[in-house]
Design a protein around this ligand. Structure first.
Ligand SMILES: CSCC[C@H](NC=O)C(=O)O
Ligand SMILES: [Zn+2]
Ligand SMILES: [Zn+2]
Length: 424
């Protein structure tokens, strides 16, 4: 007979085998699978379609006191595309590689692991009849995170359905950790996707002259690179963590006059364009970055223009950085720390997530949201070839969530009297 561990791993593999990669994610099959899991565990389910063809699965484990704010465990069902032939094992086969017991699959780290670990932890907690949650626990399995999340967590977080859940805290994804300590995230950098364009006089390829489009653009690229190096140096020297510097990476270059064999080689073009993925920490000064952009990276005086392809505000409507507290003023943070410790795990210092996740939609609603994917001793392979998660790490993560969900679902706020005594 199959052992319980084998059954757990085989359910994880089933989820990983559903191809939910963009641009054609099989959301329907993922939703059907998740609903079947909910039924086997005994959780209430709803399949919501805030955007047509993009089902969002919402599960509920009702708490005994529905007046208390609830817990939301969020995960996304979509994954990024793969270059199949560059993988050692097919990315949607969920191959378990002996003797390492690594499970290879797109989504094994980002983030089908987390979605099913939530479910396995609840399956286990539910099997103990003496444990009843005080607070309701919701699980949302949302589409489209990898393409911005507007049609997924975005529509969900601003919906009436969401308001009716009275969510008090959200858990969402984090990152694998190569060390033995788990990582947790209390904020994230804002993406600014920038395109800059230079124009200039065209001319013969043999002529040296000033103000060509290429020269104008190259001056910008040099300036961007100096800035990039200054930020990267802060990380390399250990002065700042990755999430607290501004990253800039050039992601496209577009220039030249096409010919039947490639490009016309003796013509300096009249236009040249470059694109950058910029990530701005919540603690940075967005105005000073805007000034740098207008004055150094795309100055009109050098015949340059710029536009944002996508730009997420760095601050909230009060001009404040959007951060979840990680001190004793946020009981959810303290509870998480304790719960991880109780399950024999260690948390590293909380960090700013270097990229974007759906957590921002929940933080935008004023809710505390913590990014956490329990993967220690694991190389960071999200969006990479040969993404994998070790079986033992996956199982360990379930223990961690069991501890966290138990603590969260049982949490009783100290009465104001008690709070007063604590202060004294
Ligand atoms: C601007 S939304 C893009 C979201 C994406 N999230 C995960 O990789 C990211 O690039 O960070
Ligand atoms: Zn993700
Ligand atoms: Zn991702």
């Amino acid at each position: 007979a199959e052992s319980e561990e084998e059954a757990i791993i085989s359910r994880f593999q089933q989820y990983l085998r559903i191809n939910t990669a963009h641009p054609n994610p099989n959301y329907r099959e993922a939703a059907d699978f998740l609903v079947s899991q909910a039924n086997s565990i005994g959780l209430d389910h709803q399949v919501l379609e805030f955007a047509a063809g993009k089902p969002l699965v919402l599960l509920k484990w009702p708490g005994s006191d529905p007046t208390l704010p609830s817990i939301l465990l969020n995960s996304h069902t979509d994954v990024v595309p793969v270059e199949e032939h560059k993988w050692a094992h097919p990315p949607f086969a969920a191959h378990l590689d002996p003797p390492s017991a690594n499970i290879f699959a797109r989504g094994s780290q980002d983030m089908k692991c987390v979605g099913l670990q939530y479910l396995e932890a609840i399956r286990r907690l539910k099997s103990n009849p003496s444990f009843l949650p005080l607070r309701s626990v919701y699980l949302s399995f949302v589409p489209d995170e990898e393409i911005g999340g507007q049609d997924g967590a975005g529509l969900f977080a601003s919906s009436d359905v969401f308001a009716s859940l009275k969510v008090g805290v959200v858990l969402d994804e984090g990152l694998a950790s190569p060390t033995s300590k788990y990582r947790a995230f209390y904020g994230e950098r804002s993406p600014w996707w920038l395109s800059i364009k230079a124009t200039g006089a065209p001319g013969h390829g043999a002529k040296l002259y000033d103000n060509s489009a290429m020269e104008n653009l190259l001056k910008s690229i040099e300036s961007v690179r100096r800035f990039r190096a200054s930020q990267f140096d802060l990380v390399k020297s250990g002065l700042k963590p990755e999430g607290e510097v501004i990253s800039v990476n050039m992601v496209f270059l577009k220039a030249g006059t096409p010919s039947t064999t490639g490009f016309i080689m003796n013509l300096q073009p009249s236009e040249a364009e470059a694109g950058f993925d910029i990530r701005v920490p919540p603690t940075a000064d967005p105005e000073s970055l805007e000034r740098r952009l207008a004055e150094e990276w795309a100055p009109a005086s050098r015949n340059m223009t710029f536009k944002f392809v996508h730009k997420v505000p760095v601050h909230d409507k009060f001009g404040m950085p959007i951060l979840t507290k990680t001190d004793s003023s946020n009981p959810w943070w303290t509870l998480l720390e304790e719960a991880v410790r109780k399950a024999n795990g260690t948390l590293d210092k909380p960090e700013i997530f270097p990229a974007s996740t759906d957590a921002r939609y929940f933080r935008d609603q004023g809710l505390p949201a913590i990014g956490f994917s329990p993967m220690a001793n694991t190389p960071i392979l999200l969006h990479d070839h040969n993404e994998f998660l070790n079986q033992a790490e996956y199982l360990k993560g379930i223990d961690i969530y069991e501890s966290i969900i138990k603590a969260y679902a049982s949490y009783v706020e100290p009465t104001s009297n008690q709070a007063l005594k604590d202060e004294l």
